[in-house]
Design a protein. Structure first.
Length: 274
């Protein structure tokens, strides 16, 4: 199995999706920002002062994406609330103040959301953005949130797989028929509207969400995985390519808040992207 085979084309159903094609191209590196577009080293949340102007500047500067985190509650043990605002509400707002940049979630804690409501929200945002929305999904890392939602933390990986299958059925099929283990049933008598702008709403797995690379390669359109050691990146990217053998191009990305590490990461990824 050749892990260095050329990856030359986007999946046909996503090639015309403005956001996906802007961020991900075979053999190329792109850069985006994780919101908020300000530092807040001394507080758990940002001020969001002038955040709309900052979003416009990032958009006009030609960056690829703004990524929104999903942190439902303030947990003092973690102390970081991300961009503070609900990511889906905020994505709808950013649709009105940007023109080109992709807006993505990194990522929605899928086992804590109803997948059909999320499907409606995500398709609506994609329509408002004119095909610039990327749905990044995760299982989350804050166990205290699960009891608050009446959700089982121990089976979150199973719920993630089940919820993603239901979400994709609702957004990709007309009058879908789908049986879900943990959520609802679709019997063909209802249809979700609106549908996403492209044939498929781009979905990424953030972290590993309790899954292995082979499952992610077969069920998602890419992976964003935080690594603290840039030296591991060439090996991880090669593992990802092996998992994606015989598939259309599927991207790997790395969220990074430390600029010196980001520079090392960029150099490492450039070597394996050629």
């Amino acid at each position: 199995m050749n892990s260095t085979r050329p990856l030359t084309a986007l999946p046909p159903e996503l090639a015309e999706h403005r956001g996906y094609a802007r961020i991900f191209q075979p053999g190329k590196l792109t850069f985006g920002f994780i919101a908020p577009l300000e530092s807040y080293p001394d507080t758990p949340w940002p001020t969001l002062a002038d955040h709309q102007d900052m979003a416009r500047k990032v958009d006009e500067a030609g960056f690829s994406a703004i990524w929104l985190r999903d942190v439902p509650f303030y947990d003092p043990d973690f102390g970081d609330l991300g961009q503070l605002l609900d990511p889906l509400v905020y994505a709808g707002y950013l649709a009105a103040v940007t023109r080109h940049i992709a807006i993505g979630t990194a990522g929605i804690v899928l086992p804590l959301r109803d997948p059909l409501i999320l499907a409606k929200q995500a398709a609506s945002i994609d329509q408002l953005l004119g095909g610039r929305f990327i749905l990044g999904l995760a299982t989350g890392d804050r166990a205290r949130e699960y009891p608050a939602f009446g959700s089982n933390f121990d089976n979150r990986a199973d719920r993630f797989r089940d919820a993603l299958a239901l979400l994709r059925a609702a957004t990709e099929q007309t009058w879908p028929i789908h049986s879900s283990r943990f959520y609802g049933q679709l019997d063909g008598s209802l249809d979700l509207a609106p549908k996403p702008c492209a044939a498929r709403l781009p979905t990424l797995v953030i972290g590993m969400a309790g899954q292995n690379m082979e499952w992610i390669a077969n069920h998602a359109d890419g992976v964003l995985w935080y690594l603290t050691d840039p030296a591991r990146i060439p090996d991880i990217v090669n593992q990802w390519r092996v998992a994606c053998t015989c598939m259309p191009f599927k991207p790997y990305g790395n969220p990074e808040k430390d600029f010196p590490i980001l520079v090392k990461y960029t150099r490492s990824l450039a070597r394996v992207s050629r």
